[in-house]
Design a protein around this ligand. Sequence first.
Ligand code: ASP
Length: 590
Amino acid sequence: MRSHYCGNITSAQIDEEVTLYGWVDRRRDHGGVIFLDLRDREGIVQVVFDPDTKEHFDRADKVRSEYVLQVKGRVRARDESTVNPNMKTGAIEVLGKQLEILNTAATPPFQLDEHIAVGEDVRLKYRYIDLRRPEMLERLKLRSRITSSIRNYLDGNGFLDIETPILTKATPEGARDYLVPSRTHEGKFFALPQSPQLFKQLLMVSGMDRYYQIAKCFRDEDLRADRQPEFTQIDIETSFMDDEQIMAITEGMIRGLFKDVLDVDLGEFPRMPYAEAMDRFGSDKPDLRIPMELVDVNDLMQQVDFKVFNGPANDPKGRVAALKVPGGATISRKKIDEYTKYVSIYGARGLAWIKINDMAAGIEGLQSPILKFMPDDIVNQMMSRLDVADGDIVFFGADKATIVNEALGALRVKVGEDLEMLDKPWAPLWVVDFPMFEENSEGNLTSLHHPFTAPACSPEELAANPEKALSIAYDMVLNGTELGGGSVRIHQPDMQQAVFKVLGIGDEEAQEKFGFLLDALKYGAPPHGGLAFGLDRLVMLITGTKSIRDVIAFPKTQSAACVMTDAPGTADNKQLRELNIKLREKPKAE
Ligand code: ASP
């Protein structure tokens, strides 16, 4: 047994005999004395072998990077001249007395401190080596502290940790399902859960009252940066609590977590209706650390003789909005071109701008390619509405409202980051009053959240005016990232049927897909609601990492593959036969 972790030895252990286990981080031969940096989960300690212990000294001479050792020795203070204040164990060293080589190691594919040079694919292929890096270890340790803080809070508040099936039926959360063929039921498939949504609702029907689970979820989404096909949710459901109470209890959890692991006091989270978030920030997850807002100029642009602007301004589904960047007149033409390209990702067909060089000079003091299309009094009204000052730049978006919101919303964040405008480290909020439905590209209504979310109106009102209906849903947002979201659920079959109807899910289809839920709602379903937090994203925010892969021990690549195990792999013919699966011939390459 170890007596101490390498990284935990300090001056308090001076003169103690210690037994350590670890990996050789570095070995140095200083003319007759061998220095080994021995590394374990908690850090590195320097071990010195001198020729007095010949047998062990000779072994120390043989070890190489990443060999696995047991070392026994005595802790002593370092010479003053060799004290390393940058190292936790830098004031001491261990005088080695015994050394056992527990295992040798081939030359690693990369040195731990050279991981940047090798690229992520190599790091992922040899993930077990990558995870030896202190940075990675620290992230996973913090992740474990995070789940532990959350469990403590939820356990303390009477939540039961209950597992739900992985082999199950489709639960719609807006992504494609991962399917698993059944051997015992020919031609049938299980779906991996996109979330435990329906099971947690059924647990409420069973009277469990408060449930949580740190649950794996699976979504076969199109390749998008920084998504993982399998990810972890902190999944929560409660009975007999309304939206305010659910928000209060989960806000308490996140506040407690930040206090526990970062000693940060997040304070009380403000609320913002969805419509206001879209108007002011072009986003349903606004980053409130950035002190800039979108401002509507629809009414003014209806009057200009410039189609790019007056078209959307007169279109009920259009929007013309302005984003004032204080001090942004220094942004170069080249940078504006880059921003134009950036907003085109979101469908914007251009990025108009006005620089304010000298307000005192009136129109003459403005610089812009679009001024010639606008009457002076409109320009003046706009400038006073935006309350501009010398040195500002104003960007414009004019298109369908969805495009303008997405494009200017994203530009706001990008410019805010580029110009280092963040005015606080943490900005949490709740976004509330979401619409029940949104229109997809085919013009059909789909659930904004999921079809089990309760509307804030009666079934009759819902049927009469589905586009206008709001839901009792809430998202927790932190620094522009959606940390979690949930809703009060429908607990009465007639309301559930009304929602399915709006979604174009007929009775037969509803029965086939969700009959078990509709049945359960008939047998005394309590009012209930909950939410789910994305654990990976939460850990990213707390650790300040940029990539979701850096907070997951064994992540998949962006193309949803594992380069270490080489998954997904092929199945042999016997397996396929047992599953009654015949692969289609691949079309011959032209
Ligand atoms: N099931 C939802 C989701 O995965 C969360 C919830 O409504 O509780 O997003």
